[in-house]
Ligand binder design. Structure first.
Ligand code: ADP
Ligand code: MG
Length: 225
C-alpha cells in the first residue's frame, strides 16, 4: 500500500514526432499527488496541461515514462483493463460540460454507473445524493439545455464522481464561466472533493482559484516545477 493517488514518472510526449510540424509537449515531467491532496496545475495556454491530464487520466499514452494510479502501474495495461481503470478509478471534468443533451441531469449521473454495472436503484440514489451536495437537486429532471452554465458544470462534477473514483482530473473546469459563477462553482467542487476524500489535479490559469488548493505546480518547458 502506498500513499500516492497519482504518480507521473518522467513522462515525455511529442506530437508528430520526426515531422516538420513536430511539437515536443512534455519532457520528462514528474508529479506525485498524495491521497486526499488537491493540486492546482497552472500554466499558460498551449503549455501542455490538457496533454498531461489526458495521460494521467488514461485517455492518452505517453511516449516514455510511467503512470501509476493508487500505486498500480497503468502504463502497460491492455485496452480492456485500461478502459476499466479509467471508468472506475478516474473522474474527468472538461472545460465544457459534455453532458448528453437528450438526458436529464439525473440520468447523466446515473448512466456512467449503469455502464459500470451498478444496479439502477443504487445508481439513482447516488446521483441524487451527489446533485444534492452541489446544490442542484431541484434541477435533477432538467436537460442540460435548461440549465445555466454553472449548473451544467455542477452536473458534470457529479457525473465525474458517479463511480466513486479515487482521482479527479479537471481541465479548466470553470474556464467558461463568468468570475462570480466560477467562484461559486469552484467552491462546490472543492467541498465535494473534500467530502469524498478524493485526490484531485485541477488545471487552471486563475491564480486566485489555484491558491485555494493544497499545492500549486507549474508546467514549464514540458516539466513540472
Ligand atoms: P494546454 O492545455 O496547456 O493549452 P495542450 O496540452 O492542449 O496545452 O497542448 C500543448 C501543445 O501541444 C500545443 O502546442 C498544441 O497545439 C499541441 N497539441 C495538442 N494536441 C495535439 C495533437 N493531437 N496533435 C498535435 N499537436 C497537439
Ligand atoms: Mg487545455
Amino acid at each position: 500500500m502506498n500513499d500516492q493517488a497519482l504518480t507521473l514518472n518522467s513522462i515525455s510526449k511529442t506530437y508528430n514526432a520526426g515531422k516538420p510540424n513536430e511539437v515536443k509537449v512534455l519532457h520528462e515531467a514528474s508529479l506525485q499527488i498524495d491521497r486526499g491532496e488537491i493540486v492546482a496545475l497552472v500554466a499558460p495556454s498551449g503549455a501542455g496541461k490538457s496533454t498531461l491530464l489526458h495521460i494521467a487520466g488514461l485517455l492518452d499514452t505517453p511516449d516514455t515514462g510511467a503512470v501509476h494510479i493508487d500505486g498500480a502501474d497503468m502504463t502497460r495495461l491492455g485496452d480492456r483493463a485500461r478502459t476499466a481503470a479509467r471508468r472506475g478509478q478516474v473522474g474527468f471534468v472538461y472545460q465544457f460540460h459534455h453532458l448528453l443533451p437528450e438526458f436529464s441531469a439525473l440520468e447523466n449521473v446515473v448512466l456512467p454507473q449503469l455502464a459500470n454495472a451498478v444496479p439502477q436503484a443504487r445508481a439513482e440514489n447516488r446521483a441524487r445524493d451527489l446533485l444534492e451536495r452541489v446544490g442542484i437537486a431541484a434541477r435533477s429532471d432538467h436537460r442540460p439545455a435548461a440549465l445555466s452554465g454553472g449548473e451544467q458544470q455542477r452536473v458534470a462534477f457529479c457525473r465525474a464522481l458517479a463511480n466513486e473514483p479515487s482521482l479527479l482530473l479537471a481541465d479548466e473546469p470553470t474556464g467558461n464561466l463568468d468570475p462570480a459563477t466560477s467562484d461559486q462553482v469552484f467552491a462546490a467542487l472543492m467541498s465535494l472533493v473534500r467530502d469524498t476524500g478524493l485526490s484531485a489535479l485541477i488545471a487552471t490559469h486563475n491564480m486566485d482559484l489555484a491558491r485555494r488548493m493544497d499545492r500549486v505546480v507549474h508546467l514549464q518547458d514540458g516539466q513540472i516545477t
